[in-house]
Design a protein around this ligand. Structure first.
Ligand code: CTP
Ligand code: CA
Length: 226
C-alpha cells in the first residue's frame, strides 16, 4: 500500500486537462485558429496518468494521439464545444489544468455556404468566446485550478492579474522571450506563480519535463492539504 502511494501519488484523483487550439468557423471550409500543437496538454495528461490519476483530456484539433488507456480523450473543435465538455465534467474532478490555446474571438455568424470572393473588400465581424478557465474559477469548490498565461510584455504583472481575475490556485507563465519556448517547439520556459503570488522561475526544459514539474505542484498541494 505504502509503496503504491509513493509510486502512484495521484491514485484516486481525477484530473481534467484542456489542450490544443480551437477552430472557429467562418464558413463550411474556413476557420480562425492558431498554431498550438497540443503537445503541452498531451504531455500533462501523460504525466498525470503515469502518476496514477484518472485523466480526462479535452483537446481541440491536433494530430496528436494517445494510447494510454487511463486517458479519456475527448476531441472538440470550437471554444463553445470545449466549454460545454469542461462543464460536463468539472463537478466530478479534483484538478483542472487549462493548457488549451482557446480562441478569444469567433465570427459572429458562420456562413452556411462557402463565401464567394468578390471585388469588394471583405471583413468578418467577431464576438468574444466564453473564457472557459474563468468560468471554472467562478464555480470551483474543492478543485485545484491551474491556468496558463502567454504574455509578451509585463509578464509577471499580467499573470498575477489573471490569477485574481480567474480565481486560480496556480498559473504557468509561458515566456516567449527565450528562443525555443512556445507554440511550435518541444521546449518551454515557464514561471510558476501561485495564488499567494510566490514566483518560481524555471529553466528552459522539454515539455515532458515541464509537465512533470506541474504534476509535482499538484502532488505537493495534496501533501500539504492531507
Ligand atoms: N482560456 C480559456 N478560455 C478562453 C481563453 C483562455 O480557458 N476563452 C485559458 C487558457 O487555456 C489559459 C488561460 O485562459 O489557461 C490564459 O489564456 P491567455 O490567452 O494567456 O489569456 P486571456 O485571458 O485569453 O487574455 P489575453 O489573451 O488577452 O492575454
Ligand atoms: Ca487569449
Amino acid at each position: 500500500e505504502k509503496d503504491l502511494e509513493s509510486r502512484l501519488p495521484l491514485r484516486g484523483k481525477k484530473i481534467m486537462v484542456t489542450a490544443g487550439p480551437t477552430y472557429e468557423a467562418i464558413d463550411p471550409v474556413r476557420f480562425i485558429g492558431n498554431h498550438s500543437s497540443g503537445k503541452m496538454g498531451f504531455d500533462i495528461a501523460e504525466s498525470a496518468a503515469n502518476l496514477g490519476a484518472e485523466v480526462i483530456l479535452i483537446s481541440g484539433p491536433t494530430h496528436l494521439k494517445t494510447n494510454n488507456s487511463v486517458i479519456n480523450l475527448i476531441r472538440v473543435t470550437s471554444a463553445q464545444e470545449m466549454y460545454n465538455v469542461c462543464h460536463q465534467y468539472f463537478g466530478a474532478i479534483d484538478v483542472a489544468i487549462c493548457a488549451a490555446a482557446v480562441a478569444d474571438y469567433r465570427p459572429k455568424v458562420a456562413a452556411d455556404q462557402k463565401i464567394k470572393k468578390s471585388d469588394a473588400e471583405f471583413s468578418i465581424e467577431l464576438e468574444k468566446t466564453k473564457d472557459i478557465l474563468a468560468s471554472l474559477g467562478q464555480i470551483k469548490q474543492k478543485q485545484f485550478l491551474i491556468g496558463f498565461a502567454l504574455e509578451t510584455e509585463n509578464e509577471i504583472e499580467n499573470a498575477k492579474l489573471k490569477i485574481r481575475k480567474k480565481n486560480l490556485d496556480l498559473i504557468v507563465l509561458n515566456s516567449l522571450q527565450d528562443k525555443g519556448a512556445g507554440f511550435a517547439t518541444s521546449t518551454n520556459k515557464i514561471t510558476f506563480i501561485d495564488k499567494d503570488f510566490v514566483i518560481e522561475p524555471m529553466p528552459l526544459k522539454s515539455k515532458e519535463a515541464v509537465a512533470d514539474d506541474i504534476m509535482t505542484k499538484v502532488i505537493t498541494h495534496y501533501e500539504k492539504n492531507s
